[in-house]
Design a protein around this ligand. Structure first.
Ligand code: GMT
Length: 385
């Protein structure tokens, strides 16, 4: 790291979601290591609950003006990035999620010339697999990936997809997501006093932003079939467009009284520790941060075999993976975990060991620090237009 503390601007979505969580926890941890961290976003990031004198938040003011068909947030963000970088002498801007954040950081980098500032873009998932492929964004997504000084992806799957979809030749580093294994830890006392379930009932759980990609109908149908054989509750944590349709489906399936919708929650580490099984049958998932968080809590996961999930979970050892529409397979795996406590315990323990060994925040953040060092030691990158 440079002689004076590294000064870094971090931008992500402020809403609850894996990319925002990763960006926030990265920033907090970098600050604990002595860096000066400036979060630049439209609102305080959801998991930014730490106060420290070297953590700053800069709000992007959203301007509405009648002739604008939509608020040009990405331009306001670029302006705020430029101001913060100039007045706080930032060394680099690290953005999470390509569109619009990497476009704003590219613009800020240009506006700061002749002073050079490094830009790092971390790709998270739908910025590549969905949003970036929309014709309105394709060329811009390809451009910002090519022009960021460093690009990382959260899984090998996402790296390969990015190259394929955008015909990218430049290096893309894979730095996986991470978990604080001291916070996300087994809490047996919470399992036995779980407020969601009556005595003798098991708890199946799903945690997400309840979008179509999360495949909520399969969560509900798997639960409804498991419930016919083992007394259990389904706890759905989070909010999003699939909440209403999922509530309707729970009623149609006749299981509504055993399904709890909690909405968004802060204490995910405690809630995950209460579950007997986490269900994550996503249509695709570049990483699946919540699966890793459950593994760290020693909660067994039954998940989709798509995208980056096989890089996180070894099926049959640290969890069970199935095709997202293989309901029979998912029901069978959940029933095994509920009926065979020794299997559930051993799988949970192996999952936690894997989380500690491969995805602990302390190791993974070292990889980001190495990347920053490489980028800055070579002189701040000269990719001026
Ligand atoms: O891309 C999204 O759907 C949103 C994004 C987010 O902000 O939560 O999720 C993606 O990034 C997470 C953090 O890296 C990953 O754990 C998720 O797997 C990924 N979502 C998808 O690929 C669907």
């Amino acid at each position: 790291m440079a002689a004076r503390p590294l000064r870094i601007g971090i931008t992500s979505f402020a809403t609850i979601g894996g990319s925002g969580i990763v960006a926030t926890e990265l920033g907090v941890n970098l600050a604990q290591r002595g860096c000066e961290v400036h979060f630049i976003s439209n609102a305080v990031p959801a998991r930014l609950t730490t106060f420290a004198p070297n953590i700053y938040f800069h709000e992007v003011e959203v301007v509405t003006y009648t002739p604008f068909p939509h608020t040009p947030y990405s331009l306001a963000l670029a302006t705020k990035m430029t101001e913060v970088a100039r007045y706080h002498e930032l060394d680099l801007l690290h953005v999470h999620y390509a569109i619009p954040h990497a476009a704003s950081s590219f613009l800020a980098q240009q506006m700061l010339l002749p002073r050079r500032i490094a830009t790092v873009t971390t790709l998270h998932g739908t910025d590549i697999t969905l949003v970036g492929q929309v014709p309105s964004f394709y060329a811009l997504t390809k451009f910002v990936i090519e022009r960021s000084d460093a690009v990382t992806a959260v899984s090998r799957f996402l790296e390969v997809e990015t190259r394929r979809i955008f015909d990218i030749r430049r290096p893309i580093g894979v730095i996986p997501n991470f978990v604080d294994t001291e916070t996300f830890t087994p809490r047996p006392e919470l399992k036995t006093q779980c407020p969601f379930a009556d005595a003798g009932q098991k708890v199946l759980m799903h945690v997400s932003n309840l979008r179509p990609v999360k495949n909520l109908p399969t969560v509900l149908r798997v639960f409804s079939r498991v419930r016919q054989q083992v007394p259990c509750k389904l706890v759905i944590v989070g909010d999003g467009p699939e909440r209403g349709p999922s509530e309707s489906l729970a009623r149609q399936l006749g299981v509504a009284r055993d399904v709890v919708f909690t909405g968004n929650q802060e204490l995910i580490h405690e809630i995950l520790a209460m579950a007997d099984v986490l269900l994550l049958p996503s249509e695709h998932e570049s990483f699946g941060l919540v699966a890793l968080e459950a593994m760290s809590c020693q909660t067994p996961v039954v998940a989709s075999n798509r995208g980056g999930l096989p890089e996180v979970i070894e099926s049959g050892s640290t969890g069970f993976l199935h095709d997202p529409h293989d309901e029979d397979g998912q029901v069978a795996s959940v029933l095994r975990l509920l009926r065979e406590p020794d299997l559930a315990m051993a799988m949970g323990q192996r999952a936690r060991a894997a989380a500690i060994e491969r995805f602990d925040l302390r190791h993974v953040i070292d990889a980001y620090v190495r990347l920053y060092d490489e980028l800055l030691d070579g002189g701040v990158p000269p990719r001026a237009a």
